[in-house]
Design a protein around this ligand. Structure first.
Ligand code: NAD
Length: 456
């Protein structure tokens, strides 16, 4: 079946109104849960093949978070679907007002390769909870996982309801030429721009979950052991191929040496003396990304790590010192296990630098100093982040996740996903037993006086 026909079938099905019913949505969310449970072994296996992910990490960052998202939506489905009552303006007396959620229609979900299960199924949960039909284009790079996802979806849903389309750039472009009712894109900033341009042809609303360089700042007034552990976790998870991984580190010069030694201790504790041989340390997705990352190693001095395994596409957890701010590693999103370290004396330097760059997707600040916390939160613009932790904000269903400026637009997770995939119709329901006459002609001084009283 060609893409045009697939989109047409999906729209025809949406227009049948079947997806609007509470019971339908509830049943299908449950079907998805059963499917994920059934396919868990295959998903774990394919994640190992694509990214060398160990089971613990795969469950924690891919399957588990998706199940948690499902639980949230299943439990609150009725409440999410219920029209939301709001106050009624005095000028609308007698009446009531509410916001009525309706699905957009046919949703296109385009996902990347770094968390192929999570970043495909989490948006899908939002789309289905909100009552849409969906067409999914997973990444061509996480080939094994994309195949399992296709098999799982085919085994679970009718194609007119949810359909997976495999393919690369050309397929994506053909998809983007079609008219969708919503596009949810997760990927790079450059491709995000293409998606937005294509969407503008049909005025299709979009969410762009993009990337960028997310800084981590370590103040001198800090618990060094905890900071180093949490940064090691967030940076080297999935071998640094995480959109919200700390990209570069600003550390106060007074604690730099101690902090580096603590990071080194943690890297050894997590991955052993020889991380390249560790069974729990992942690989880089492909040769192109491996070569790109290898080149960054020349942009500074590797004071920890810096070793590579060409055959298995692995790069050891690396701390890169003496980097030039104008070098590539400080310009491009790293998206790998290399952490450039820059020391600072005054927080103003850091705030100025971050402000001079595109708005990051995430920012992490480690400090016990309330004044510095307040300054960074109010003066730096970024998508979201943590104080005294890294990456964990993404795992909370109570914190909408997304970027700002070049790191994206829109957000999702928890109740926010339902909102993202819904259009809210604002409805004023009037009663007919009384009709306030002031708005109707013929006008009079008395009516004018009343209008002036209402409208000020
Ligand atoms: P990508 O932008 O290269 O690819 C994403 C999708 O777009 C893929 O399905 C791909 O087939 C498609 N695509 C690629 N080139 C295209 C083109 N010219 N026209 C149309 N479609 C095209 O991203 P990626 O390499 O898969 O993922 C890495 C990027 O994604 C990083 O920048 C990372 O920060 C970002 N990311 C963001 C989030 C988030 O939640 N904000 C999560 C994960 C990854």
């Amino acid at each position: 079946m060609n893409i045009k026909q697939i989109v047409k079938n999906s729209r025809t099905y949406f227009k049948s109104h079947e997806t609007l019913e509470y019971k339908f949505r509830k049943e299908n969310l449950n079907k998805l849960r059963l499917a994920i449970n059934k396919y868990e072994p295959q998903l774990l296996e394919s994640l190992k093949l694509d990214l060398g992910k160990n089971e613990h990490e795969s469950y924690m960052t891919e399957i588990g978070v998706v199940l948690k998202e499902l639980t949230y939506n299943e439990k609150r489905l009725k409440k999410l679907m219920k029209p939301k009552r709001v106050r009624t303006a005095v000028t609308d007396f007698p009446g009531s007002s509410f916001r009525y959620a309706e699905p957009f229609g046919v949703v296109l979900i385009i996902s990347p390769w770094n968390y192929p299960v999570n970043l495909t199924l989490s948006p899908l949960i939002g789309a289905l909870t909100a009552g849409n039909t969906a067409i999914i284009k997973p990444s061509e790079f996480s080939i094994n996982t994309s195949k399992v996802i296709e098999e799982m979806i085919l085994d679970t849903f009718e194609e007119k309801y949810v359909k997976v389309i495999q393919g690369g750039v050309e397929t994506n472009q053909e998809l983007l030429d079609q008219k969708f009712d919503y596009i949810f894109f997760t990927g790079s900033t450059n491709v995000g721009k293409i998606v937005m341009e294509k969407a503008s042809k049909h005025l299709t609303p979009i969410s762009l979950e993009l990337g960028g360089k997310s800084p981590v700042i370590v103040d001198k007034n800090v618990n060094i052991q905890v900071a180093a552990k949490r940064i090691t976790f967030g940076k080297y998870l999935n071998s640094g191929q995480t959109c919200i991984a700390p990209d570069y580190l600003y550390v106060h010069k007074d604690i730099k040496e101690e902090f580096i030694s603590e990071m080194n201790k943690n890297i050894i504790e997590f991955y052993g003396e020889k991380p390249l041989e560790s069974s729990i340390y992942g690989s880089i997705i492909n040769q192109r990304h491996f070569n790109r990352l290898k080149n960054y190693l020349n942009d500074g001095t590797s004071i920890v790590g810096g070793t590579i395994d060409e055959e298995n596409l692995r790069i050891a957890p690396t701390l890169l010192d003496s980097v030039e701010m104008s070098s590539l590693v400080m310009k491009e999103e790293i998206f790998g296990p290399i952490l450039p370290i820059i020391s600072y004396t005054e927080i103003d330097e850091v705030i100025d630098f971050i402000g001079s760059r595109p708005k990051p997707l995430a920012l992490y600040l480690f400090t016990e100093n309330a004044h510095i916390e307040k300054r960074v939160l109010s003066e730096c613009q970024f998508g979201g982040g943590c104080i005294n932790d890294t990456v964990m904000h993404i795992a909370s269903e109570y914190l909408p996740f997304g970027g700002v400026g070049e790191s994206g637009m829109g957000s999702y997770h928890g109740a926010k996903s339902f909102e993202t995939f819904s259009h809210y119709k604002s409805i004023l329901k009037k009663r007919t037993w009384f009709d306030l006459p002031v708005r109707y002609a013929p006008y009079s001084p008395v009516k004018k006086k009343l209008i002036k009283r209402f409208l000020k």
